[in-house]
Design a protein around this ligand. Structure first.
Ligand SMILES: NC(=O)c1ccc[n+]([C@@H]2O[C@H](COP(=O)([O-])OP(=O)(O)OC[C@H]3O[C@@H](n4cnc5c(N)ncnc54)[C@H](O)[C@@H]3O)[C@@H](O)[C@H]2O)c1
Length: 335
């Protein structure tokens, strides 16, 4: 009889980690989740869930104890563009501690394979100055000019994974996510990303009202639905590919376009008020998925319309439950 795969997911109280735990359980794995906090919106299905601060080495040894086959290291101090441009020292220090200690503890505890979650923020800023950006392929991270703080520590941790293979033949996978969104993600408080923030703002204003948009709204990005993200993660873990790999959608859209899409889903006509004093990050960023298709034989396929509809309805439902949407415009498509 095949033995059950034993998997550790760090950051299991967070957005992607929680979805990944659900999927791993459906696939029949034994799962340990670790985080500083419980999942915010529903209970974890992990077989074990430990509250641990992974900046501390002893806690990383504890997290990886007892014969773990695979580690998905998703724990990180991170948030939307306002957060990652405002807390450079904290983010860099916290994440360097988590990643170095998790790598070493995993190696010493005999973990078979370790996946590190990197980010499109590692890509060089000088390649992202135009809204009509050329999609970024994996080599475009060098010569290095990543996002200050968050991008630098991700790029360093990618290198560290390579060194662990070079020195110890410790088997690592490196994924570069491009803007993941979906239900059960943070949608307010400062750590939320653009799609969730836009859904919240649109749910909270009546038809005919105003929505504040950060920057001039002409900055461009691509967005991947969380189910595609989890599928790609599991495929990468199962692959033999050890170099950094993009995992994102390659449909480029402006932030104004994203607002218009959510307005259509909400059936609201709103005026956009642009606040150019707010951070907007690089001017344009898109994922080149050629290598992804070659390596995994697969690319993300869930459309932005489908994913945003699920996400909007979930955020609207949460706000309704909290009594924050006045009844006169609470109904989907009302007024
Ligand atoms: N969501 C995206 O669009 C995106 C884009 C690029 C990269 N990523 C990366 O993917 C991973 C998961 O992102 P997410 O969107 O699920 O974020 P998230 O913030 O929802 O989840 C991260 C989790 O890590 C936990 N954490 C932070 N510090 C910790 C510590 N010291 N010890 C233990 N746990 C700690 C947090 O409590 C949180 O639950 C992160 O590494 C992130 O940098 C995400």
């Amino acid at each position: 009889m095949a033995t059950m795969k034993r998997v550790l997911v760090t950051g299991a109280g967070g957005f992607i980690g929680h979805h990944l735990v659900n999927r791993l359980k459906r696939e029949g794995c034994w799962v340990r989740g670790v985080d500083l906090k419980w999942p915010e919106y529903e209970n974890s299905r992990a077989d074990e869930f430990d509250l641990l601060d992974l900046r501390k080495y002893d806690n990383c040894l504890q997290a990886t104890r007892g014969g773990i086959d695979e580690v998905y290291n998703l724990a990180a101090d991170m948030g939307g563009i306002g957060y990652i441009t405002g807390a450079l020292a904290d983010i860099a220090r916290n994440n360097i501690l988590i990643n170095t200690h998790m790598l070493e503890a995993s190696r010493l505890n005999g973990v078979r394979r370790f996946l590190f979650s990197s980010s499109a923020c590692v890509y060089a800023g000088y390649r992202q100055r135009s809204a009509d950006v050329t999609p970024l392929c994996e080599e475009d991270a060098y010569p290095a000019d990543p996002e200050p703080g968050y991008g630098w520590e991700k790029l360093f941790a990618e290198e560290l994974c390579r060194y662990y293979w070079h020195d110890y033949e410790f088997d690592t996978r490196i994924v570069r996510f491009h803007n993941v969104y979906g239900p059960l993600g943070t949608y307010e408080g400062g750590k939320e990303k653009a799609p969730a923030a836009i859904c919240r703002k649109i749910a909270l204003v009546p038809n005919g009202g105003e929505i504040q948009v950060w920057g001039d709204g002409k900055q461009t990005r691509s967005f991947m639905y969380v189910d595609d993200c989890v599928e790609g993660l599991m495929r990468l873990m199962a692959s033999e590919y050890r170099e950094p790999l993009n995992l994102g959608n390659d449909r480029l859209i402006t932030i104004n376009g994203l607002v218009d899409l959510v307005c259509e889903i909400a059936q609201k006509r709103l005026s956009k008020i642009h606040d150019i004093s707010k951070p907007q990050g690089v001017r344009g960023r898109n994922s080149d998925n050629m290598r992804l298709a070659q390596v995994l034989g697969w690319t993300p396929s869930i459309s932005l319309e489908t994913g945003l509809e699920v996400t909007y309805k979930w955020i609207q439902g949460e706000l309704k439950k909290a009594g924050r949407i006045p009844l006169k415009y609470a109904a989907h498509g009302a007024d």
